[in-house]
Design a protein around this ligand. Structure first.
Ligand SMILES: Nc1nc2c(ncn2[C@@H]2O[C@H](COP(=O)(O)OP(=O)(O)OP(=O)(O)O)[C@@H](O)[C@H]2O)c(=O)[nH]1
Ligand SMILES: [Mg+2]
Length: 387
């Protein structure tokens, strides 16, 4: 008996349905990973972590970005790169911060583009002016003088202060454990076949970075001295095995810093370039860091000088985390602006190793991982939670 056309369609339909049951999406994704697993340059743990984080079922994390209206197009390109290289697969949500009334200047057309690029996973959040503008307690004449002498705009200084003391307590990030900062002026030159947050988790770490280099002190001449005084005044709060040697020169520098007498002569100036920064919220949401920020705020250096969030974060991780609680990423082909970046020798990277920005890359990650060990004797009760 000849098979009728509707029956033929039914038969094909059932056949395709059965195929889908046999090869669910997860399997297809796994096959893609196994193609990478033949690559000797990827450590095993990265591959293991990748399969657990697909389909938006991974860690409770968020990618967030501070976006001024003047840099919307730049932000769109950064989001597109992030989506193309890994996040269309990992499906992390985004929170895009604008400040005060800035959101009114983002057109509906630009919002729709961001919506399209991120497949609807981006929400906008407003940074209140109280955590942006110069607080009333500051001496305005002194701030003006600093703007004249040191340079850097008020907006830039506000940005540094926001990233020091406010981003992690903004309600838009409250529901997330893992906070992944990206800036508007970034690009990924490599596909990322694993979940970077999962990699930090698998390492039992709390912080992930790409690059470490020294910062300058002329914009923040009194920062290191203030940090040293904070350490001395709060010695009872310091965990005993934090990586102080990352930011203070040798055993002598560390001891001087812990006694409150160190300054720029003892400061290594080493900082993680935190325009890419993965952190567990507990790195910031603890009594030590809160007290640290309050102390710095009271000293006024965010506006009397140009204290930057990068060294402040570096001082913070050095006073609260062990070496093994920090992870470096070296295979992302991550680039900030026109700066030099690492172009890994991997098929999944499309960067050109002979091009100028891929040639001049340097990194001082050894400053964290090979820092001299130093044990602070006292261990406060609460910091054990952090470690
Ligand atoms: N909403 C808002 N975002 C800002 C403002 N200033 C900077 N940002 C954002 O904050 C992040 C860091 O600012 P950048 O100007 O790139 O700072 P930087 O990387 O230290 O400096 P560059 O070397 O010039 O890139 C970027 O995502 C910026 O788009 C501002 O006034 N308003
Ligand atoms: Mg930048």
């Amino acid at each position: 008996m000849p098979i009728s056309r509707p029956r033929l369609y039914l038969f094909f339909g059932l056949f395709i349905f059965a195929l889908l049951l046999l090869y669910p999406a997860g399997k297809v994704v796994k096959q893609t990973y196994s193609a990478y697993s033949s690559n000797q340059e990827l450590p095993d743990h990265q591959l293991q972590s990748s399969s657990t984080a697909s389909g938006g079922k991974g860690p409770n994390g968020v990618i967030f970005m501070l976006m001024p209206p003047s840099r919307v197009h730049q932000a769109q390109l950064a989001l597109l790169s992030t989506e193309n290289r890994f996040n269309r697969r990992l499906q992390y949500p985004y929170v895009i911060f604008t400040v005060g009334e800035e959101i009114d200047k983002i057109t509906e057309e630009d919002k729709a583009k961001i919506h399209w690029i991120t497949e609807g996973r981006a929400t906008f959040a407003t940074v209140p002016l109280e955590s942006w503008n110069v607080p009333d307690s500051y001496d305005k004449a002194k701030v003006e003088e600093s703007l004249h002498n040191i340079g850097f705009s008020m907006g830039y200084r506000s940005m540094c202060r926001f990233y020091s003391g406010f981003f992690w307590r903004h309600p838009a990030l409250a529901q997330y454990d893992w906070l992944w900062r990206l800036d508007t002026d970034i690009e990924f030159h490599c596909d990322v076949p694993y979940d970077p947050i999962q990699k930090v988790i698998d390492a039992n770490a709390l912080y992930g970075f790409v690059q470490i280099n020294p910062d300058v002190d002329f914009v923040q001449p009194s920062l290191s001295g203030n940090v040293s005084q904070f350490l001395a005044a709060n010695a009872h709060m310091l965990p005993h095995n934090a990586n102080h040697g990352f930011v203070w020169n040798g055993k002598e520098g560390i001891e001087k810093a812990l006694k409150g007498g160190a300054g720029n002569d003892e400061w290594t100036r080493m900082t993680m370039y935190n325009n890419f920064e993965i952190s567990h919220k507990s790195v910031w949401e603890n009594d030590l860091y809160k007290k640290f920020f309050d102390y710095l705020e009271q000293e006024g250096g965010f506006f009397y000088e140009r204290w930057s969030d990068a060294p402040i974060h570096a001082f913070a991780v050095a006073m609260s985390l062990r070496k093994d609680q920090v992870v470096q990423f070296t295979d992302l082909g991550y680039q900030h602006q026109g700066w030099a970046y690492e172009c890994p020798r991997l098929d999944r990277c499309t960067c050109n190793r002979d091009a100028v920005p891929a040639r001049g890359f340097y990194d001082n990650a050894h400053a964290w991982f090979d820092a001299p060990s130093y044990n602070v004797k006292r261990t406060p009760k609460y910091v054990q939670d952090l470690n």
